[in-house]
Design a protein around this ligand. Sequence first.
Ligand SMILES: Cc1cc2nc3c(=O)[nH]c(=O)nc-3n(C[C@H](O)[C@H](O)[C@H](O)COP(=O)(O)OP(=O)(O)OC[C@H]3O[C@@H](n4cnc5c(N)ncnc54)[C@H](O)[C@@H]3O)c2cc1C
Length: 373
Amino acid sequence: MRIAVIGGGMIGLALGWRLARRGAAVAVFERDTVGHGASHAAAGMLAAACEAEPGEAALGVLSRESLGLWPAFAAEIEAASGCSVGLRREGTLVVALNRDDAAKLRHDLAFQRSQGIDLEWLTPGEAREREPYLAPQLAGAIFSPGDIQVDNRAVMAALRVAFQRAGGVLHEHATVERVATEGGCASGVVVAGEVHAADVVVLAAGAWSGGIDLPIARPPVRPVKGQMLAVQMDPAAPLLRHVVWAPKAYLVPRADGRLIVGATVEERGFDARMTAGGMYSLLDGAWRALPGIEELPLIETWAGFRPGSRDDAPILGPTALPGLMMATGHHRNGILLTPVTADALAATILDGAPDPRIAGFGIGRFERMRAAA
Ligand SMILES: Cc1cc2nc3c(=O)[nH]c(=O)nc-3n(C[C@H](O)[C@H](O)[C@H](O)COP(=O)(O)OP(=O)(O)OC[C@H]3O[C@@H](n4cnc5c(N)ncnc54)[C@H](O)[C@@H]3O)c2cc1C
């Protein structure tokens, strides 16, 4: 089977790798070079537990399924590529800096525990035993042992190798203009006026997925801008070891000493400029939780675009156009959702029946919402 994947982000490349390993002839078409979209910009948190919110039950189930797949998925990419992907299992601390924050956290905790999620309440002393440099006015914390992290940039580098070793073909600097059709089915992609034939086309173009010409309604995906920064810790004596969520910023320590601070959430279209306000709010939020950050050198700032769908859930699986599949709209959890997306889409494409794990996430749900309204 010939499969064309539009977009060389983590979603497109991971799916391409899974398909190529099962013997399909896969070509990934990437407008730029692989791994320069949201998958490069992300923090790499695999946060299925702390992010669980009322009203997102189906997404919570999918997220926890994907989190469970991550350790084996990471080990397989490492074995296939020979590159480390920086999976760290220290877990996540969600910290309260005053009584109001603590009351909110306890409220969230009650809901998350009702979903069967394993979380622990820590007193300020217990939290500082785990992370001694946290702010002295700490009012308590939730510890989530299951919310781990991966170095998303390292994953992208490893996936590139794994995909090509599995026989996948990578077309970089190849912007897909539209999906070609023949006899009412998707028949390939058009790049620089030339048709590249395929039996199945997968739209995995992240925040840009709504901009590609399709013979059916385009997916309702928009860019949700996030600004981030990184400071450099001493890797031999890091200020933090766990991922920490403070009320106004999160902090993600990497093995090489980088400490990533994120992220703003902005509706600015594709405006990638950094702003003084964005940097100020991140630094202020991080400093309130970890005052020692003020001594650390600032080494990088960047912005990326989350692919936000109308209901914040991903858009996965078959469409009204036979042969065209969606793998987009992963919003703030696309790194977390990569293994389940890749496995479920690969099964749907190669086994010919929609994988039950993604049954509720088809693009048809937006039509149904419109009809119901
Ligand atoms: C600041 C920030 C922090 C985040 N933190 C986390 C986190 O901690 N954990 C988590 O799980 N998720 C996180 N996310 C979300 C996550 O990054 C995304 O959901 C995920 O990377 C989406 O992957 P993707 O492959 O769909 O998109 P992308 O990585 O954006 O890839 C899409 C690719 O398609 C290409 N493309 C676009 N148009 C075309 C075209 N016409 N032809 C060919 N190629 C095209 C683009 O160049 C791009 O490379 C974060 C996102 C941001 C912005």
